[in-house]
Design a protein around this ligand. Structure first.
Ligand code: CMC
Length: 435
């Protein structure tokens, strides 16, 4: 098999025995080119095999650009550093979903829409009652999101732009309410209703931490830090949860069902659940006397399944630009809250040891977005099992944008990977007495 340099050619030749097939090249804006193998099976009978999809492009997309070798992340062309510094989460959500930065009027309209859909249907209060007190908030969130499709049957009209728009606004508006109420249920406190005079992140803090018996003032520095975290999590192209949203959506399941599936995919500790796993690890190291090297050695031991949560990334092989921004934010939040920073100290030492260790250097394992985000959530007061809920709130606009792009694309087909079967060849059924 030979392939000309993608930058110079529009096709590559594939040779199988004495057969030759020309595979078209698809050119990305930033030189991220691909071989189009969509005719491979019909023309050769062969499929490609790529467990974990490390080499498989599932879509062309105009939403997020990521260059893992150089630590670059852009939403709709805008560098993450600029958006993190200058934008708000709802502005970024608008950008991701609708493709352009909004005008003042567009932004005001969007914020108003989202703000006025934050209440969840009152019947849903009973929904929270049906879970045990120690239910994981991710399970409650995923169930709550798919449950909402019962209240909004218009969400079935996935090709009706008006129905899609109202579904999008409802989802963005209500996810923080669902998340906060799952927490209130777990700690046995009354559910706190949203306040329309507060910004998006401030409102989440209010619903999480206010109680009816006391006045609760949102600290604007904390609300800003939370907004920043949501921006940094807002999209990350074809990661596991986004691919899940696309796959479920490709069956024409409604948006609530697709997002609920994405939330479930995010829950795993190799994905969004890593922020919770990081704090668990840091706590174990502190409890263990702070011997960072021992835990680094444990992570390196091929006979030990332990991995340093918050390190490594499938795509970033240099640094994760989000981690750089988050580390600085963690310092600011810890200073603002005066939170005990024993874990932050350990995290910094862990980073230093790992970054100078040949095991991590040679495998290009750097701190990722989850390494410091948990420290911020913790300093704000979120319990560990709520961290991934916060990630889900941040990732929601990205999931929606990717779902919308897929539904609107003429190229979209139901997602249906193939396999190479390696089980038994055909055999006769054996009656149970003879087995
Ligand atoms: N600690 C110790 N060793 C590691 C780690 C780690 N965190 N990550 C990867 N490795 C090793 C791995 O054992 C393998 O070594 P070897 O070549 O000797 O077999 C090598 O590095 C390559 O790892 P991989 O598992 O083939 O890489 P991957 O691209 O399949 O996995 C990853 C990426 C993120 C799942 C993985 O790095 C990991 O498990 N990290 C910890 C969990 C984590 O922080 N996840 C959050 C990712 S960022 C946010 C998000 O996606 O939500």
């Amino acid at each position: 098999m030979t392939a000309d340099s993608p930058a110079r050619s529009d096709a590559a030749d594939l040779r199988i025995g004495d057969r030759q097939l020309e595979l078209p090249l698809v050119h990305g804006t930033e030189g991220d080119d691909a071989l189009d193998i969509s005719k491979l099976r019909s023309e050769t009978g062969l499929i490609t095999l790529d467990p974990g999809y490390g080499n498989t492009g599932a879509a062309t997309s105009a939403i997020t650009f990521l260059d893992g070798e150089n630590g670059v992340l852009r939403y709709r062309g805008y560098p993450i550093e600029q958006l993190a510094e200058r934008s708000t989460f709802l502005e970024v959500a608008y950008l991701l979903i609708w493709g352009e930065l909004p005008t003042r009027e567009q932004l005001d309209g969007f914020v108003t829409e989202v703000t006025h859909h934050t209440l969840i249907r009152e019947e849903m209060r009973h929904f929270f009652d049906s879970f045990p007190a120690d239910a994981h908030p991710m399970a409650v969130l995923a169930s709550g999101v798919v449950g909402m499709s019962n209240f909004y049957p218009d969400s079935q009209n996935i090709f009706d732009p008006d129905a899609v728009e109202i579904t999008i606004n409802r989802l963005i508006a209500k996810l923080p309410t669902l998340a906060a109420w799952s927490f209130k249920k777990a700690i046995g406190q009354p559910y706190v209703y949203p306040r329309n005079d507060l910004g998006y992140s401030a409102n989440l803090l209010h619903m999480m931490f206010a109680v009816p018996s006391e006045r609760y003032e949102v600290d604007s520095r904390i609300a800003e830090a939370l907004d920043l975290l949501l921006i940094l999590h807002a999209d990350h192209e074809q990661n596991a949860s986004t691919s899940t949203v696309r796959l479920v959506g490709s069956t024409h399941a409604n948006l609530y069902a697709s997002i609920s599936a994405g939330i479930s995919a995010l829950w795993g500790p190799l994905h969004g659940g890593a922020n919770e796993a990081v704090i668990n690890t840091l706590e174990r190291i502190v409890a263990d006397g702070g011997d960072v090297q021992r835990w680094v050695d444990k992570a390196k031991d091929p006979n030990d399944t332990f991995r340093l949560a918050g390190f490594g990334h499938r795509v970033y092989k240099n640094f994760d630009p989000r981690a750089t921004i988050i580390k600085a934010a963690a310092e600011r939040v810890l200073a603002a809250t005066g939170a005990d920073d024993a874990l932050f100290d350990v995290a910094q030492r862990l980073e230093e040891v790992a970054l100078n260790d040949d095991y991590f250097v040679s495998r290009k394992l750097y701190p990722n977005v989850d390494f410091y985000s948990g420290l911020i959530y913790r300093a704000i007061g979120f319990p560990k099992n709520m961290f991934t809920n916060c990630f889900a709130i941040g990732r929601l606009p990205g999931w929606i944008a990717q779902w919308k792009e897929m539904i609107e694309s003429k190229e979209t087909k139901i997602g249906r990977p193939r396999q190479v079967y390696i089980g038994p060849a055909t055999r006769e059924y054996t009656p149970i007495e003879q087995r």
